[in-house]
Design a protein around this ligand. Structure first.
Ligand code: PMV
Length: 341
C-alpha cells in the first residue's frame, strides 16, 4: 500500500511567531499558498519494520539530522492514527526547490506527509470521512510537525489560529472561502529572491521558544490579532494599500522580535536591507503595488498583483538580482493546494 502527495510551501502574511502547549500558536496567522515550490512525499506500509516504526529518506538518502524532528512528530501523531500505529511506515520525500532557499520546506513536507498518512489511515481503518474532515485532520496532523504546515494543506489562503473568522481554530488551519478573496488577490505573484542559501543560524523552533521571554511578546500577540482582521478585510475588498502596509509591517515586526529576543539573532543580510530600500523606493517612484515579506531568514518574498508582472519582473532583473546569491530568484505565485499523485 503506497500513496504519493505533493504539497506546496506557503508564505505567511501575518506571521506565527511564538507558541504554547503542544504546537499551538500564540496568535492567529494567515498565509498565501504557493504554486511552484513543492514537496512530493511517498508514504508506504513497510512489512520489514515493526508496528509503530518508521523510516525516512530524502530522495532515497537517509537524513539522520532530520530524524529527531520526525520522531517528535510521530510521538504525537500516532496517537491519532490507530490503524497506522499497528504497521511499519516508509517515507521518501523530495523538494522541487533548492534546499535552504528561504522557502519553508518543513511546511510543504509535513503537509504532504500528513495527507499521505491520513489517506493510508483512512484505508486501513475504513473510516467514513467527508472531504472536509479529511483535510482538517491532515491540517491538524501537519501542525504537529510544523505549525505553518497546517496552512499548506489548503489552496489560496489559509488561517491558522482562533480568531473572529468562522470555524478558525488553534488545532488546525482553515481555508479562506472564495467569497472573502477579492479578484485582485486571487492571482497574486511571489518572487522569491535568494539573498543567501546558507543554513539559518537560528531554527524556528528556537525562535518560537525565545518568544516566551521576549519583553514585547504580549503586545505582539495582541497586534497580530488586529493585523489579521485588518488584512482579511483588505483581501476581501481588494485594498492593496492596506495589504502592503500590514504585510511589510509584519515582516519587519518578525525580525524586530527575532532581534529583541534574549539571545536573539540577526537573520537579515546587507542584501536584504538593500532590496527592502529599493522596493520601497520603486513603489514610491512608480506607484507599484509590490511589497516585500520575509520568513525567519534573509530571503525576500516580493508579492505583487499579476497585472504588474512585467514591470515588477523587469525591476527585479535590473535592480534586485545583483543582491541575490548567484543572481538566483524563483518565480512563484498563489497556488491551488496539494495534489494526490
Ligand atoms: O512552522 P514553523 O515552526 O517553521 O514556524 C514558521 C514561522 C514563520 O515562517 C516565520 C512564520 C509563519 O507563520 O510561517
Amino acid at each position: 500500500m503506497k500513496v504519493i502527495w505533493e504539497s506546496p510551501a506557503n508564505i505567511a502574511l501575518v506571521k506565527y511567531w511564538g507558541k504554547y502547549g503542544s504546537q499551538m500558536p500564540a496568535n492567529p496567522s494567515v498565509s498565501m499558498t504557493l504554486h511552484q515550490s513543492k514537496t512530493t512525499t511517498e508514504v508506504s506500509l513497510d512489512e520489514g519494520l515493526s508496528p509503530g516504526k518508521w523510516q525516512y529518506t530524502y530522495s532515497g538518502i537517509r537524513k539522520p539530522l532530520f530524524e529527531p524532528k520526525l520522531k517528535s512528530f510521530f510521538n504525537l501523531a500516532l496517537a491519532h492514527l490507530p490503524g497506522l500505529s499497528k504497521v511499519g511506515i516508509s517515507i521518501n520525500s523530495s523538494n522541487n526547490f533548492p534546499h535552504s532557499s528561504g522557502i519553508s520546506s518543513s511546511a510543504s513536507f509535513f503537509s504532504s506527509l500528513a495527507l499521505g498518512l491520513c489517506e493510508l489511515e483512512k484505508e486501513l481503518s475504513k473510516t467514513n470521512q467527508s472531504i472536509d474532515e479529511f483535510y482538517q485532520k491532515a491540517s491538524f496532523l501537519a501542525r504537529l510537525g510544523s505549525g505553518s504546515a497546517s496552512r499548506s494543506v489548503y489552496p489560496n489562503y489559509a488561517i491558522w489560529g482562533e480568531c473572529a473568522y468562522p470555524q478558525s481554530s488553534d488545532q488546525f488551519a482553515i481555508p479562506l472561502s472564495a467569497n472573502t478573496i477579492h479578484p485582485v488577490f486571487r492571482t497574486y505573484k511571489d518572487a522569491i529572491l535568494i539573498v543567501s542559501s546558507s543554513p539559518k543560524p537560528m531554527s524556528s523552533s528556537l525562535g518560537h521558544k525565545l518568544m516566551d521571554d521576549n519583553p514585547y511578546s504580549k503586545v505582539r500577540y495582541e497586534e497580530a490579532r488586529k493585523n489579521l482582521s485588518l488584512i482579511l478585510e483588505a483581501i476581501k475588498y481588494g485594498d492593496q494599500v492596506k495589504y502592503i502596509e500590514i504585510v511589510e509591517h509584519e515582516a519587519q515586526t518578525l525580525h524586530g522580535l527575532i532581534l529583541s529576543s534574549i539571545n536573539g539573532s540577526i537573520l537579515l543580510e546587507p542584501g536584504t536591507l538593500e532590496i527592502i530600500q529599493r522596493v520601497k523606493k520603486f513603489r514610491k517612484d512608480t506607484g507599484s503595488n509590490c511589497c516585500f515579506t520575509l520568513d525567519a531568514g534573509p530571503n525576500i518574498h516580493l508579492l505583487y498583483p499579476e497585472s504588474e508582472s512585467n514591470t515588477v519582473e523587469v525591476f527585479i532583473e535590473s535592480e534586485l538580482k545583483p543582491f541575490c546569491e548567484d543572481g538566483k530568484w524563483i518565480r512563484d505565485s498563489i497556488g491551488s493546494g496539494p495534489e494526490k499523485k
